[in-house]
Structures are given as structure tokens and as C-alpha cells.
Write a protein that binds this ligand. Structure first.
Ligand code: G3P
Length: 223
């Protein structure tokens, strides 16, 4: 993905299930084209393949499992994401934690497949542990601020700058994102000023009255 970036995690909000998710993906693509902003989307997994064909944006999985392709019912090996057209995946999101050993196994596997990884950390300790695994990106997201109205960049700026510092001390090549409560251009600008290469957000777009307007405003923060 091109940075700085807005990474929009659709989660599985009712607003993005089925056709509504396809429409939001098209809105994201239009906003990216009109503003020149780098947008990445992580739609609900059942719609990923369709959306990846529908829009010219990097489409990421919301999750992957360390299970191998084979007789593993209901699991999601990264190879399946690749076949579906994904350019990368979130791993270890606070709402979809996986064991550290699975993250450790998945990062090199995704790298071999050419899938970019955004590994999510709830706190500094987890961010440091993930940095040792050299993912492409780490997103720092305090769980208590997720889905709320107060941006992490306002409520906990020190955790964002602290994560940038701690991660880069271990591996300067890891790009740092932050998320939780990010809603507008001011939050995006603050995130970049704190040393990140972008934001990971959901409700600020998915739950917005006018998602296109929200995206255009967020994009201004990248400039
Ligand atoms: O993955 C993004 C996320 O957890 C943050 O959610 O709704 O606070 O932007 P939100």
C-alpha cells in the first residue's frame, strides 16, 4: 500500500453486509480517485473476492488463520485471501485476536505470498513483541477507544508516539498506523504528526451519515 494511507476496516457492521459493502467500497474508490488519497479497504470476508474485482483499491482481509489449506473447515488460510484477490491482511485485531505464535507463523507466510500485513497491537508491550516479527505495518489501537468518539490521537497521543519510538527502536522498517475513534482530518493530521504513516479506522466512515463526505474530509488530513 502507498503511504500515508487511510485504512478503512468495514468490520461486519450491518451497514456493510452484502450489497451495502459493495456500495461503500465503490464510494471509497471514488473518494480515492477524486482526492488522490491512498485508501485501503478491509471488507467483510464473504464479499472480499467480489469487491476486489469491483474496485481498483488494495483490498485487505480482516483476519487470517495459521491453518494450512486442507481439511480445516471454516478456517481462513492466507492462501485463500490471495486467491480471492487480497493485497494484504489485518492480523490480530483487538476484536479477532490470534495466538502470538500464529502471528509469528503468518507474517513470513504472507510475505512469501506477497500479502502485506498490518499486525494490530492493543498496547506498547504487544507492539514491541510484534515489531520483533517484522510485519510491514503495526497498528496501535487501545481497545477502550475503539468505536468511540474520542480519537486515540487526542485521548492517548503518548501511546501513539511511544509506539512509533518503541517499534522503530526494534525495527525502523515497520510502518506504524494508529486507530480508535479517528473521525476527521484533524485526527489524521495529528496521527501523521505523531510519526505514523496513516490511520486504521472503521466507524468514522462506516457509521457516518455521509461516508463520502467523511472520506473526503479524512483525505485532507493526509496532505
Ligand atoms: O480497525 C479499526 C478499528 O478497530 C477502529 O475502529 O470505529 O474506532 O474507527 P473505530
Amino acid at each position: 500500500m502507498r503511504v500515508p494511507a487511510l485504512v478503512v476496516n468495514f468490520k461486519v457492521y450491518p451497514e456493510v453486509l452484502g450489497k451495502r459493502g459493495w456500495d461503500l467500497a465503490a464510494t471509497c474508490a471514488k473518494a480515492a480517485e477524486d482526492t488522490g488519497a491512498s485508501l485501503v479497504i478491509a471488507p467483510p470476508l464473504p464479499d472480499l473476492a467480489h469487491i476486489a474485482r469491483l474496485v481498483h483499491l488494495p483490498v485487505f482481509g480482516q483476519h487470517a488463520d495459521a491453518a494450512e489449506a486442507g481439511a480445516h473447515t471454516g478456517w481462513l488460510p492466507p492462501e485463500a485471501l490471495l486467491e480471492a484477490g487480497a493485497a494484504g491482511t489485518l492480523l490480530n485485531h483487538s476484536e479477532r485476536k490470534i495466538p502470538h505464535k500464529d502471528v509469528a507463523a503468518l507474517i513470513p507466510r504472507c510475505e512469501t505470498l506477497g500479502l502485506e500485513v498490518i499486525a494490530c497491537a492493543d498496547d506498547l508491550k504487544e507492539a514491541e513483541a510484534l515489531a520483533r516479527l517484522a510485519p510491514d505495518y503495526i497498528a496501535i489501537e487501545p481497545p477502550e477507544l475503539i468505536g468511540g468518539d474520542l480519537s486515540v490521537t487526542t485521548a492517548r497521543p503518548e501511546i501513539v508516539s511511544g509506539a512509533v519510538e518503541a517499534i522503530h527502536r526494534i525495527d525502523p522498517d515497520v510502518g506504524v498506523l494508529c486507530g480508535a475513534g479517528v473521525k476527521d482530518r484533524k485526527d489524521v493530521r495529528a496521527a501523521l504528526e505523531l510519526g505514523t504513516v496513516g490511520v486504521l479506522l472503521a466507524s468514522g466512515v462506516v457509521k457516518a451519515k455521509d461516508p463520502e463526505k467523511a472520506l473526503r474530509d479524512l483525505a485532507k488530513g493526509l496532505r
